[in-house]
Write a protein that binds this ligand. Structure first.
Ligand SMILES: [Zn+2]
Ligand SMILES: [Zn+2]
Length: 823
């Protein structure tokens, strides 16, 4: 028989078409089987198509989906497009193209590329967030939040990206820069929509503990972002004003003995009384007047000069009862906290500079293990590290955390304050002054004010008659959109022209996949409760505090609204590492990009998939190597030839007989390989070691003797092909068919192993040192000379006999003895 050559370009297209025609990967709703929902983060349809990072995510998800199907699960494995976003609009501004057409074209291209990878998606469930049949429900969910008091509009100083021409959420600002374009973010005072995620801060924090399948690193990032800090409200009093109270909030009650002054916001209601008749009265009144012209962002910015005045009055320290001078300064705001802060210059950087500037005393109350800082003279900045309390009366010697609790408790006992909890998390700013997003379904009526659009009037469609001038929010240029009638009174009303942050679209897409064609609600609750939470979610760590936090928030709100029965969306999370080449992440600017299409054309998708899975465990960075790709391709060729050369055996039905040592060893290897591959995929997502195990089995088959039992040889080769099926779906399907099978390999049952066959037949051999028998050791009968020598030299007991002496020679007589010559 003439051998066929492995031609991936031919077989891959063929099988992709057959799978599509036969709906091989259609989701089966079969209650008799356990469910498994595997999900990869859906891509943004940029104009550049897929990159290797995408290929990695999809391949990982696909192996899991295929493996679970073969294991007998009903599997949900969908795909879609996170299709709203700025690049579409920028293309409209720069090149005059229609954002919708641009996006749909890119979506089509990406879908084609995903299909070329042979990923087993149920394409019937494709979801695109920019289409009205999706964003109608995004609006519906916004109104649900609105109705529950979780969506509100307020005037606030917000992050503004001058390049993107829009506001950003706190989560989207990294080191003062825009997450998307890296421009420096400025502050702007605007009337904006927020979602009240802070209401969920404690639950978002607590429930992290349940997420055993999440990487510790991601949970830590969320914990830090939520930033729960315990502190205290401390009450100072003013004896000259009838013991008027000045409460201050501090996260560092442990430094209470280091307070050397208080600072009030100039607008603080006590200020007029505190300054009355004092030396600085006129100056401070003028100061208050001047500050009215300065906005609060400038006042609190780190660059702004801190200016303050002594009021002339003193407060009483709640613990020491000493007099503490009261100041006013520009950096304290009345509508933040209590409008008063305590000054602890030794242990707070801002206070340190303020005290230096105005020659206020500095008092050290925390030292590190080495007793630093001992004196104020040796300090050129505040000491803000953790340490031990000093000069703090009865609290001396306490550690910081302990002191925070103890002092807080003591304040409660003496009625001078209370312990409090604060969070760093702020409400989620979701307004965007851009076109290509979900319109916020609110109108403004002169008579009725803010009115939500009734559900039966959804979706509020994005208008087409807009102008993209690169300056104004395009929605404001559409007359047909801006003017509408009030749903309440029928009078004239204006539509909200802000659109929603695209992170809202992606906060719920995994719900939509479950019933993507549902026309009466965002999702079918019954089906969602069946399929969710997602069993394995695969995506990048860059979303740790963005998408992953927002999705958890959405899920909890939907739970509270009675729409779903679970509180966490993703049971397990796999954050894949980066794809690196020549020491850097693949990027256009570095010129080290390898395009997926190039690899598919040259070697086929299966080789690309195999290399990506084999080169590194999924959570580690993957170093791209051309020789590694070629190695993967050679291996697939080897498997191909193995099948070709044994076609006759594979198509016949030889009986399995296991008698000789070689046969026992091959049987053991078959079962051991099944065990290793199954456990590597199922328990550890270690696809790389699973592939090595299959490679070892292939080696074993090559060394299997010609006269060995054919039934066992057939079983071994079939095992190789079936175990590789989730990783390299096309070649295995082709080989499976060549072997004479009618149905798809991807519908086969995953093979099982028999523990009994894993046990090695062993024989006792004598161990000699310099010809003298020193002991005995059990060695598997199947071992060759090298394996025996290795097993003996790895034995700790035998190493003791050798006692570090040089080994001159090792003589192995299989089945009998090993003589080690030392000296
Ligand atoms: Zn930007
Ligand atoms: Zn009205």
């Amino acid at each position: 028989m003439r051998e066929q050559v492995y031609q991936p370009e031919k077989i891959e297209k063929k099988w992709q078409q057959i799978w599509e025609e036969q709906e091989t990967y259609k989701t089966i709703e079969d209650v008799s089987k356990p469910k498994y929902y595997t999900l990869e983060q859906f891509p943004y349809p940029s104009g550049e198509g897929l990159h290797m990072g995408h290929v990695r995510v999809y391949t990982i998800g696909d192996v899991i989906a295929r493996f679970k199907r073969m294991k007998g699960y009903q599997v949900l494995h969908p795909m879609g497009a996170d299709a709203f976003g700025l690049p579409a609009e920028n293309a409209a501004i720069q090149r005059g193209v229609n954002p919708k057409e641009w996006t749909l074209k890119n979506m089509e291209r990406i879908r084609t590329e995903q299909k070329r990878l042979g990923v087993s998606y149920d394409w019937d469930r494709y979801v695109a967030t920019c289409l009205p049949d999706y964003y109608k429900w995004t609006q519906w969910l916004f109104l649900l939040f609105y109705e529950r008091g979780l969506a509100y509009k307020k005037k606030a100083a917000v992050n503004w990206c001058p390049t993107c021409n829009t506001v950003l959420a706190n989560e989207q600002v990294e080191d003062g820069r825009c997450w998307r374009c890296d421009s420096e973010v400025t502050k702007k005072e605007l009337n904006q929509w927020f979602l009240r995620i802070t209401d969920y801060a404690e639950r978002l924090l607590q429930d992290l503990d349940q997420l055993e399948g999440w990487p510790e690193k991601v949970k830590m990032m969320q914990r830090n972002w939520i930033g729960k800090s315990k502190g205290a409200e401390v009450v100072f009093t003013v004896p000259t004003l009838d013991d008027a109270k000045i409460p201050v909030f501090t996260t560092r009650p442990d430094t209470l003995y280091g307070v050397t002054y208080l600072v009030l916001a100039p607008e603080h209601p006590l200020v007029p009384q505190l300054i009355k008749g004092k030396e600085n009265e006129q100056k401070i009144l003028q100061f208050i007047e001047d500050l009215k012209k300065v906005n609060e962002i400038t006042r609190t910015s780190t660059e702004e000069e801190k200016v303050g005045y002594f009021t002339g009055s003193y407060a009483k320290h709640p613990l020491t009862e000493e007099d503490v001078p009261i100041w006013v300064a520009n950096y304290v705001l009345m509508d933040y906290g209590t409008g008063a802060v305590m000054g602890v210059p030794a242990h707070d950087e801002r206070d340190f500079h303020f005290a230096k500037k105005y020659h206020l005393p500095i008092k050290i109350v925390v030292q590190n293990q080495d007793g630093y800082p001992q004196t104020v003279e040796e300090m050129d900045q505040a000491f803000t590290e953790d340490g031990i309390l000093v000069h703090s009366d009865r609290f001396n010697g306490l550690q910081k955390q302990e002191a925070i609790q103890t002092i807080g408790k003591y304040l409660e006992e003496i009625g001078k304050g209370k312990r409090t909890t604060t969070y760093r998390l702020r409400d989620w700013l979701i307004s965007r002054q851009r076109y290509w997003g979900t319109p916020i379904p609110i109108v403004y009526c002169d008579t009725c004010g803010e009115v939500p659009v009734p559900l039966d009037q959804l979706p509020v469609m994005l208008p087409e008659d807009v102008t993209f001038n690169g300056k104004d929010n395009p929605l404001t240029t559409s007359e047909s959109f801006v003017h509408t009638t009030c749903p309440k009174c029928g009078g004239h009303a204006y539509r909200e022209t802000d659109t929603m942050d695209t992170f809202i679209d992606s906060s719920w897409y995994y719900f939509r996949y479950v019933s993507p064609h549902e026309e009466t609600k965002p999702f079918d609750s019954k089906l969602v409760n069946k399929w969710l939470p997602v069993d394995e979610y695969i995506g990048g760590i860059e979303h740790a505090v963005l998408h992953l936090l927002y999705s958890r928030f959405f899920t909890k709100v939907l739970y509270d609204a009675g729409l779903i029965s679970f509180q966490e969306p993703f049971k397990s999370l796999l954050t894949q590492g980066m794809v690196i080449k020549d020491g850097a992440k693949m990027s256009k600017s570095k010129g080290n990009v390898v395009s997926p299409n190039e690899i598919i054309e040259k070697y086929g998708a299966d080789t690309g998939r195999l290399f990506i899975l084999f080169a590194a465990p999924p959570d580690r960075d993957l170093d791209w190597s051309d020789s590694g790709v070629e190695g993967s391709h050679r291996f697939l060729n080897r498997v191909w030839r193995l099948v070709q050369q044994n076609l006759e055996t594979l198509r016949s039905h030889p009986e399995i007989k296991v008698e000789t040592d070689e046969e026992k060893e091959l049987r053991r290897m078959i079962h051991l390989t099944i065990k290793r591959v199954t456990e590597d995929i199922e328990l550890r997502n270690n696809f790389n070691t699973a592939i090595s195990a299959v490679m070892e089995l292939v080696n074993k088959i090559h060394s299997y003797p010609e006269k060995g039992n054919k039934g066992l040889l057939k079983q071994a080769i079939e095992t190789v092909v079936v175990l590789l099926a989730p990783m390299t779906p096309h070649i295995t399907e082709e080989l499976w068919q060549m072997m004479g099978h009618d149905s798809s390999i991807h519908l086969q049952e995953w093979p099982t192993f028999n523990e009994e066959y894993l046990v090695l037949d062993e024989v006792e051999i004598a161990i000699q040192i310099n010809g003298k028998i020193r002991g005995k050791k059990m060695i598997p009968t199947s071992y060759g000379k090298e394996e025996i020598e290795k097993a003996v030299l790895d034995d700790e007991r035998i190493n003791e006999w050798i006692n570090g002496k040089q080994i001159r020679k090792v003589i192995v007589v299989p089945g009998k003895l090993v003589n080690i010559v030392i000296g």
